[in-house]
Design a protein around this ligand. Structure first.
Ligand SMILES: [Mg+2]
Length: 419
């Protein structure tokens, strides 16, 4: 019988900040969305002060009870690198790891020797010791059960961060007291539908006739039920081949009206997407661009998302040219633009095919890009960049509370002092 585990970082973004700031231990910490907009991650202490997900910073910070809160702009360079560290700790200890989100990873625990509880406890401790991320671990015979177990470990302090649902009798006890809302893959509409029929708990759901589940919720619902009954339908997938798109999309730090500014921002997003593409040794054969206004501002709504098939490439210069051409075809004067982005799809391994008919000498192109990537990796992102991506960049998002990028920039490393 297979055993799946799910490990999930507690208040992940906040824990990344805490990893480098010991003074934040036990302090309420909140991380804000892009542009310092609203709360997207909170520690337990911040939650208990009444800070809610999505609370806008400019209101929340003025509330008297929020005075002790330490606020941070989101620092994705730091979070992505901490996620990689967590992944490496896990990969050294289990046969297979599948990242599900930045802070959640499925684990293959099937044929691990020894006591599984002790194993999971050790894995959790290793992630804390080596990556400085507190986590919860849940496990069971299917991915859906592992995900549910993880949620229980998080919600019930007496489980001390670990929840084993491999035993059907223990499962049945938890199912009887757990709401169907906690089940992975049941959206709000599904939950509403089930509750209207008097199905409240996971036990209510698993005891229903599978045929009626299929009629009510299609094969997707039937699969969730089978998984909860202990029949594994979802395998651990190979992530390296599952990437379908690479996107670089941001809201601007202020509203943009002029074409040269928007051109600069779109070129920058194309350059970022190209870097990600090359880091994964891929090329893209389809590029799309989006630009839009902000209707919540009272501005007239204008949004365009246009795409085109392109000659497969990972060259920043090609991608910038395609992206700015497409953006220019939909940009109209008279609007205040709020957001833009570049999305690369139809991804394939670099240099795999079509090189015979390529119009650019592949060796020269990839050599130039490799030199640029190597310099930027050594001296910091954007040290060498196409001038079309802007020299002054007045449109970058606000991030007034940004912490150091401790793990990816040598000049921002933690300083120690001796007397
Ligand atoms: Mg988490």
């Amino acid at each position: 019988m297979p055993v799946f585990g799910l490990i999930d970082g507690n208040s992940f973004y906040c824990s990344c900040q805490r990893a480098f700031e010991p003074r934040l231990k036990r302090k309420p910490v909140v991380v804000l969305s892009n542009n310092d907009g609203c709360a997207i991650a909170r520690t337990r202490e911040a939650k208990s002060l009444g800070i809610k997900m999505g609370d806008p910073w400019h209101f929340a910070r003025k509330r008297p009870e929020a005075r002790p809160v330490v606020w941070y702009s989101s620092n994705y360079a730091l979070y992505a690198d901490m996620s990689r560290r967590m992944y490496e700790v896990l990969q050294a200890r289990v046969p297979a790891v599948e990242p599900y989100s930045i802070d959640e990873m499925f684990l293959d625990l099937t044929s691990l020797p020894g006591d599984l509880y002790e194993r999971c406890k050790n894995i959790r401790e290793a992630v804390w010791r080596e990556a400085k991320i507190p986590t919860c671990v849940g496990w069971g015979p299917t991915k859906t059960i592992a995900k549910l177990a993880n949620g229980l470990a998080k919600d019930h302090a007496r489980l001390e961060g670990l929840c084993d649902l491999t035993d059907p009798r223990i499962r049945a006890e938890w199912y009887a007291v757990t709401s169907i809302e906690e089940v992975w893959g049941t959206g709000r509409q599904t939950v509403k539908k089930l509750q209207s029929m008097g199905i409240e708990t996971v036990s209510d759901f698993v005891t229903l006739d599978p045929k009626s589940i299929r009629n009510l919720l299609t094969v997707v619902g039937a699969r969730v039920q089978a998984e909860l009954r202990g029949q594994s339908c979802l395998a651990l997938s190979d992530v390296s081949s599952s990437r379908k798109s690479i996107a670089s999309t941001r809201t601007f730090g202020r509203l943009l009206t002029e074409w040269p500014e928007i051109r600069e921002a779109v070129a920058h997003y194309a350059a970022r997407a190209a870097e990600k593409l090359r880091a994964e040794h891929l090329e893209s054969a389809h590029l799309s661009v989006l630009i839009q206004t902000n209707p919540h501002n009272g501005d007239p709504w204008y949004a365009k998302h246009v795409g085109a098939a392109i000659e497969p490439t990972s060259d920043t210069r090609d991608l910038i040219r395609h992206a700015t051409d497409l953006a220019q075809s939909v940009w109209l004067p008279g609007y205040r633009y709020f957001k833009a982005g570049v999305v690369l799809t139809d991804l394939r391994p670099a240099g795999a095919q079509g090189a015979l008919f390529s119009t650019r000498a592949p060796d020269l192109s990839s050599a130039a890009m490799a030199v640029m990537d190597a310099i930027n990796a050594r001296f910091g992102s954007g040290v060498v960049r196409p001038s079309s991506t802007g020299l002054r960049r007045t449109w970058t998002p606000r991030a007034s509370l940004l912490s150091a990028r401790y793990t990816t920039r040598l000049d921002e490393i933690v300083r120690a002092r001796s007397w």
